[in-house]
Write a protein that binds this ligand. Structure first.
Ligand code: FAD
Ligand code: NAD
Length: 476
């Protein structure tokens, strides 16, 4: 007889593993099926995020930033180091160690929370049964049964025919985490989140980096005042970001990739040593559900869900990158918690207005809520204020006095509608702004909140004052 659970979760990324843990905390007998195999050929929990996404990319960003600071920033303090060098294989090994520690940490958490981990590919046979096969094989080895199913199968990189990846010279984000030497010239197709983060890693380590971006607008989802500042900073660092380009072909010859593309000056050629393709990710629904079940997908291939993450099949939910909304780890985790609560008979809710976004470049870019351009387009009355890190004592002491905090608020009610930051530790500073949005705070609430001195958070305080032209440490 099939083993029976209250809940079976398919996928152990940040959406699935969090859902599974919360389910068992709520007293539901839960199994989590995951097929990930790491580069050593071993099962590894944590999905894209822990294995080849958030964590390894941030490890390399930190390593490359440390190296860059030692070479270019510490001199301002009189700190000089002769013959600074970086051993790339050691850097990659550090990243692998952190990934390994964290992915095995999920296995420990599963044990502690009594989540049954099952390694294999899960396929939904009907609304109550999941067939398991070994990853890469179509031979079923087991069928398990559940009252409720949560699909958290995540996403995969998008490939483009013009630049087919070969896992060596032309790679996707996973390959870009594994270079064992610094490419002299690096091409990146797509100047989005992944492109900018991974391009920055290799640029700080010494690559000349050229971005080929299809759109004419740089970072269209970002507040355009912040995006313009980002472009200015990135150009100063030497990143060559070419907008409005269309890649025609990319071919590998010996140790070079020859790229043909249409740009502002017609068709052009570019030769690089490695090429990263970072043009987005697609929902992963491969061999996930028997076709006769009729699971509804939307026009872009995401599983169709309602606000409670219910699919069109009874007791089948879907969360994370495989459904609409931002492809962010914390968004998937929140959906996982909400669905667990709903299955346990409670109420689950995700406030999509309060999802923070971070691009971990240097300077970092972080935001929550609405941009100035979106408010303008919607014709909503708003007021805005900004404060530069150049006038923040802590940022000056850190030698990182670039960028700004910008707040947009409703003109009449003063409610904070969006906070946009480019600057040092924007990823940490944004948490206060997320809380402000979650609590429907006004800029007056932020202005009355005492911020410790000297801290970077004072820039957020000053920006809230600037909204009403009463900032204290800049001319209004
Ligand atoms: P995934 O993490 O993709 O996990 C899905 C899991 O399900 C995988 O283990 C997969 O093997 C398994 N699976 C799929 N189908 C089946 C099946 N049929 N049976 C069994 N198992 C299956 N987000 C952030 O918020 N912050 C960041 O800093 C960040 N950095 C990133 C950097 C990079 C380079 C990349 C690529 C992504 C980054 N992301 C970041 C995005 C983040 O990784 C994703 O949003 C997140 O991993 C999505 O979580 P998920 O659980 O929905 O899916
Ligand atoms: P993205 O959507 O952020 O950027 C892709 C870029 O490629 C876009 O600017 C797009 O216009 C461009 N593009 C698309 N097709 C192109 C083509 N043929 N030629 C040239 N340019 C082209 O996608 P991504 O950077 O691949 O990241 C995927 C997802 O992963 C994102 O949605 C993001 O949410 C998530 N992610 C998040 C983080 C983070 O939170 N810090 C980091 C990495 C990834």
């Amino acid at each position: 007889m099939a083993k029976s659970y209250d809940v079976v979760v398919i996928g152990a990324g940040p959406a699935g593993y969090v859902a599974a843990i919360r389910c068992t905390q709520l007293g539901l007998r839960t199994a989590c099926v995951d097929e990930w195999v790491n580069k050593k050929g071993e099962p590894a929990l944590g999905g894209t995020c822990l294995n080849v996404g958030c964590i390894p990319s941030k490890d390399l960003l930190q390593a490359s930033e440390n190296y860059h600071r030692l070479q270019h920033q510490f001199g301002a303090y009189g700190i000089r180091a002769e013959k600074v060098s970086i051993d790339i294989p050691t850097m990659i090994a550090h990243k692998d160690r952190v990934v390994n520690d964290l992915t095995s940490g999920i296995a420990t958490l599963f044990k502690a929370n009594k989540v049954t981990a099952i390694h294999g590919h899960g396929r939904l046979l009907d609304g109550k049964h999941v067939e398991i096969s070994d990853p890469g094989s179509n031979k079923p080895k087991e069928t398990i049964q559940a009252q409720s199913i949560i699909i958290a199968s995540g996403s995969d990189p998008v490939d483009i025919g013009e630049a087919p990846t070969d896992g060596n010279r032309i790679v996707n984000s996973t390959g870009a985490l594994e270079f064992l030497e610094v490419p002299k010239r690096l091409g990146v197709i797509g100047a989005g989140t992944i492109g900018l983060e991974l391009g920055s890693v290799w640029q700080r380590l010494g690559s000349e980096v050229v971005f080929l971006e299809a759109l004419d607008t740089f970072l269209p989802a970002v507040d355009q005042q912040i995006a313009k500042e980002a472009m200015r900073q990135f150009k100063r660092q030497g990143l060559d970001i070419q907008l409005g380009t269309r890649v025609v072909s990319a071919t590998v010859k010996q140790k070079q990739v020859s790229i043909r593309y249409h740009g502002k000056n017609g068709e052009q050629g570019l030769k690089v040593n490695r090429l990263i393709v970072a043009v987005g990710r697609r929902p992963n629904t491969d061999n996930l559900v028997s076709p006769e079940l009729g699971l509804l997908l939307d026009e872009r291939g995401f599983i169709n869900v309602n606000e409670e993450c219910r699919t069109n099949l009874p007791d089948v939910y879907a969360i994370g990158d495989v459904v609409r909304g931002p492809m962010l780890a914390h968004k998937g985790s929140e959906e996982g918690i909400a669905v667990a609560e709903v299955i346990a008979g409670g109420i689950g809710h995700v406030n999509y207005e309060a999802v923070p976004w971070v691009i971990y470049t240097a300077p970092e870019i972080a935001w929550v809520g609405r941009t100035e351009q979106a408010l303008k387009e919607a014709g909503e009355p708003y007021k805005a204020g900004a404060f530069p890190f150049a006038a923040n004592g802590r940022a000056r002491a850190m030698e990182e006095a670039v960028g700004m905090v910008k707040i947009v608020a409703h003109k009449d009610t003063d409610r904070v509608l969006g906070v946009h930051i480019i600057g040092p530790f924007a990823s940490e500073l944004i948490a206060e702004a997320v809380l402000a949005i979650e609590y429907s705070a006004s800029t007056e609430d932020l202005a009355r909140t005492i911020h410790a001195h000297p801290t970077l958070s004072e820039a957020l305080h000053e920006a809230s004052l600037a909204v009403d032209k009463r900032a204290l440490h800049k001319a209004n």
